[in-house]
Design a protein around this ligand. Structure first.
Ligand code: CTP
Ligand code: CA
Length: 227
């Protein structure tokens, strides 16, 4: 499968994608984050552009992007939520490929937090971040909304729960914690879940090849809807 000027299967579509792990600031020099590289989300953006779409990429990552992609650089989950919400109404296809931190420090210290000699332990107070995908799901009008589910166990069980709970049209279920799939790998193997359809496994392939298959499946779904 190749997305080339001869196969512009997303011509006329507006695609909005998030990528990378969010950074949740603790003080001016420290933050909490995760192992996401942003490679899968960036691959989706690059393939979508090559397939003729107008692409907005909301990202925390610094992966190479094709010229022509509208890149919105963000850091925290809160910033990502604002950027995704701002671009949502105009989008036809929306993919939350980002690894959004579930929690953030309750307060951001104005100054570098000091170690006290008397303290042998430090307890951080965290509060929950907004669930961006769930918010987009609740506000959906015409968009085809896609989420990822990164799991280390019971992949399809948890991924199916996320599909329904967040009102997504597709969940890309992704086994993480292995060398060849998921965070920071060059390759991936996923299973596509859609409401009322059989799970569709995609075999181990480069993230670019996986991105092309995901986007072609989404386009098929939009066409089946008559969009
Ligand atoms: N997601 C999001 N906002 C959050 C957390 C997750 O938009 N605050 C999105 C992710 O981008 C992904 C999907 O929700 O597309 C599933 O993320 P995941 O971390 O697998 O699921 P959670 O709902 O956070 O549940 P848990 O981490 O407990 O498995
Ligand atoms: Ca999570």
């Amino acid at each position: 499968i190749e997305a080339t000027p001869e196969h512009p299967f997303l011509a006329g579509r507006h695609v909005l994608i998030s990528a990378g792990g969010t950074r949740e600031r603790l003080d001016p020099v420290r933050y909490l984050t995760n192992d996401s590289s942003g490679k899968m989300g960036t691959a989706l953006a690059n393939v979508a552009l090559a397939a003729g779409a107008q692409v907005t990429l909301v990202t925390t990552a610094h992966q190479p992007v094709l010229p022509g992609i509208d890149v919105v650089a963000v850091s925290s989950a809160a910033e990502m939520a604002d950027a995704m919400t701002a671009h949502y109404a105009d989008a036809d296809i929306v993919v939350m490929a980002a690894a959004v931190a579930d929690f953030r420090p309750q307060a951001v210290a104005d100054n570098k937090i000091k170690k006290q000699d008397s303290e042998m332990q430090l307890t951080l107070q965290l509060e929950q971040n907004p669930d961006i995908l769930a918010q987009l799901g609740a506000a959906k009008t015409h968009q085809f909304l896609v989420g990822f589910a990164a799991e280390t166990q019971d992949l399809l069980h948890y991924a199916t729960q996320k599909l329904h709970k967040k009102h997504a049209d597709m969940i890309v279920a992704n086994q993480v914690g292995q060398a060849t799939t998921g965070f920071n790998a060059e390759t991936n193997a996923v299973t596509l879940l859609r409401p009322d359809q059989e799970p569709q496994p995609l075999e181990l392939a480069t993230k670019t090849a996986i991105a092309a298959q995901i986007l072609m499946m989404i386009e098929q779904e939009l066409e089946a809807r008559g969009d």
